[in-house]
Design a binder for this molecule. Structure first.
Ligand SMILES: [Zn+2]
Length: 129
């Protein structure tokens, strides 16, 4: 998820004439498939994303203090950065370092679940004429 994951938008950049950058998830097919789209926006992945994102939000808000923001105070780009590498939330506080493991676990869970769901959709759409 740190730049090596192959999305439709990545494939289209290298093969503009043959690859459509549009998201191929069922119930979506309207937006360019980018990391932000897959992690936070694609409506076709909402059912997988919503409960885990709620856990991430809970963990990040537990971690927040005067020096850090609550989940909803982060921009969408910042949220993508946290999901793909939550070490940006690291502070020197030992208690927080332990809580950061909770954030990391939920972020990995989200990425793994979204990857599996996306793969399922891609396999289904390959079989559709
Ligand atoms: Zn989509």
């Amino acid at each position: 998820m740190k730049g090596t994951y192959i999305l439709q938008s990545t494939r289209a950049r290298f093969n503009k004439s043959e690859v459509d950058p549009t998201c191929r998830i069922l119930l979506c097919n309207y937006a360019e498939e980018t990391m932000l789209h897959i992690l936070l926006e694609c409506p076709g992945l909402d059912i997988v994303r919503k409960p885990i994102l709620s856990d991430i939000k809970y963990e990040v808000n537990l971690l927040s203090c005067k020096a850090t923001k609550l989940w909803d105070e982060h921009s969408l780009e910042e949220q993508v950065n946290i999901i793909t590498d939550c070490t940006s939330l690291y502070t020197c506080d030992r208690m927080q370092a332990e809580r950061l493991e909770g954030v990391e676990f939920q972020c990995k869970r989200l990425i793994f679940s979204l990857h599996n769901e996306r793969y399922k959709h891609l396999k289904l759409s390959d079989k559709t004429p």
